[in-house]
Ligand binder design. Sequence first.
Ligand SMILES: [Zn+2]
Length: 266
Amino acid sequence: MTSPMLADLTWMEARDAAERGACAILPVGAFEQHGPHLPLLTDAIFATEAARAIAETLDAVVAPTLSYGCRSKALTGGGPHFPGGIGLEPAVFMQLVENVVRELLRQGFERILVLSCHWENRHFVYEGAYQARQPDTEGSARVMVIESCFGNTIRQETLDAIFGDEWPGLAREHAAIIETSVLLHLRPELVHMDRVVDDEQARFPWWDVIPPPPEFSTRSGVMWKATQASEETGRRLWADIVAAMTAAVDEELFGAAQSTGGGSGD
Ligand SMILES: [Zn+2]
């Protein structure tokens, strides 16, 4: 079976993919601290694996992942002061997204998905895609943007089963139950469960401050109860995430309503 990864293809295979109307997916992550137990590349791994999973069902090729993202914020990612993190200035990030999407358009891809799994990339990733595909320019190419791996992709009943009435909200769940569980499912060899901790910010206001007060972050970089993570939870979450993303891309870029594919009713 041919690899869905654009990097593995020859130029002829890439040309064929564009010509037959395959979707080109650009995964976008970040290089950011994820507590004492998860790797810096965590968000990029999620974006890459989500794209690869979509390509198992739909006709898609996966462009090389943008593994750098926008700078970590104290409240939602711990902040840029953690060693190892490498964040981009938003202008640089937007230009990077714009440049790559424009290149995919130039190759002739008419279906493009930009799939970001890093909270702080939101809006900037959309803007980069927008600059590449300005609506008042010619052509029928469409660029779809997913700005979060976990927002809207996890079913409420799954969240209820995992969190009960202790759901802290996605912004606070950094390096905690969801991310740890999903990485345990996808790449268990990268998760150090012997070092996992629960942690919580002393303050989580609805505003932000620069420079960020230390109590907006945590010492560990974990923002919630990462010790409750499990591979089983990750498997369950990932099934929801992949199903939701695949259905969304099918509907939006391939027109699922017109598809003749049988099977699922409703
Ligand atoms: Zn993350």
